[in-house]
Ligand binder design. Structure first.
Ligand SMILES: C[S@@+](CC[C@H](N)C(=O)[O-])C[C@H]1O[C@@H](n2cnc3c(N)ncnc32)[C@H](O)[C@@H]1O
Length: 337
């Protein structure tokens, strides 16, 4: 028995992670889980599935066999497949759906990651190196992919929204402004749960254009379009930034935080939701997300508690407390200095 066999197989599993990303991406693109969800409980053969999603039967069989070996889908009879609990997450209608996230990850994110070496050598964005412009500009010019990105953020956000609602007491807040709030799912979830609260969703014009005010929130939910490097809606007593500061370097963050500090009502709070980096070698998803920021953004990064403390101080704010949530994000609570 080779004493390094275990080590080698662990290494190879890590090394071939890009294969698995593409396998999941193709399953998401072809909506395999959606087709199986509406099929009979006996599932579908690879050939039946291929007919429904427009694929080659033998190649799709090989994809499904590979995914089944990882716990996604199960082959119950020769060439016949059903959903598994893990594969359910690829359904579009699952409450914990990761389908749009997987469509995003296997597309431009995947291509940009192929230039990680460029980022590590130069400190520059691999995305800009490959696509010629910053990622949010590119999404503006590629609205179909921008829609998938927004869907991915929604997928990503569900568990974080539940974590926020379980962690932060909104009963003292009156006007919540979600800065870079995407299509507003988080803000709407908070407003649905807290009937006294008014909310303003703020994001880029193209992102908020399709957002309609749900009748149940009429009079309490406002939508504002703009550029957070120019201004943010003023007068909120709670400003929320989820996965905003990690997109940017310190100078850009200071501009955004400066506008928030200027608009913050007396006694107000700023809630920053990010994956805080713990010290040492402990596994933490934020340590990998940090590399995604290196690849995808211009200076974005995940930060340690000390780095947040320092950044907030420079913006005229003070880090008041860190509130871990049941999701990977921490609520970083800041107040006026
Ligand atoms: C990583 S996403 C986070 C979205 C949302 N907060 C969430 O956690 O799901 C970053 C958001 O910042 C928005 N954004 C980027 N640049 C912006 C700008 N200059 N002004 C306003 N919003 C911007 C994007 O449109 C996007 O919705």
């Amino acid at each position: 028995m080779d004493p390094n066999a275990d080590l080698t197989s662990r290494f190879l599993q890590l090394a071939c992670g890009n294969w698995i990303t593409q396998m999941l991406h193709v399953a998401a693109e072809l909506a395999i889980a959606d087709h199986l969800a509406v099929a009979s409980p006996q599932g579908l053969t690879a050939e039946e599935l291929a007919g429904r999603c427009g694929a080659d039967g033998e190649s799709l069989f090989r994809l499904l066999r590979g995914l089944a070996s990882l716990g996604l889908f199960a082959e119950t009879d020769p060439r016949r497949f059903v959903l598994t609990p893990l594969a359910e997450l690829l359904r579009s209608d699952h409450p914990g759906s990761q389908r749009q996230f997987m469509r995003m990850l296997g597309g431009e994110h995947y291509d940009a990651w192929a230039d990680l070496l460029h980022s590590v050598r130069s400190g520059e964005s691999a995305f800009r190196h490959r696509f010629g412009e910053p990622v949010f500009d590119w999404y503006g010019h590629n609205p179909e992919r921008g829609a998938i990105f927004n869907g991915a953020m929604t997928d990503f956000s569900r568990v974080e929204t539940e974590g926020l609602l379980a962690t932060w007491d909104f009963s003292r807040a009156t006007h919540l402004v979600d800065v870079g709030g995407g299509r507003g799912q988080l803000l709407q979830a908070v407003l649905h749960q807290h009937g006294h609260l008014r909310g303003t969703l703020f994001d880029q014009p193209a992102v908020v254009a399709p957002v309609a005010v749900p009748p149940a929130l009429a009079g309490r939910f406002a939508v504002a379009a703009g550029d957070f490097f120019t201004a943010v809606p003023a007068g909120g007593d709670t400003y929320l930034l989820k996965h905003i500061l990690h997109d940017w370097g310190d100078d850009a963050c200071l501009t955004i935080l400066g506008h928030i500090r200027a608009g913050l009502a007396p006694g107000g709070r700023v809630l920053i939701l990010e994956q805080v980096i713990p010290p040492g070698n402990a596994p933490a998803p934020g340590k990998l997300l940090d590399l995604n920021m290196l690849v995808m953004t211009e200076g974005g990064r995940e930060r340690t508690p000390d780095a947040y403390g320092h950044l907030l101080q420079r913006a005229g704010l003070r880090l008041a407390a860190l509130h871990p949530t049941p999701s990977p994000v921490t609520v970083i609570e800041a107040v006026a200095a």
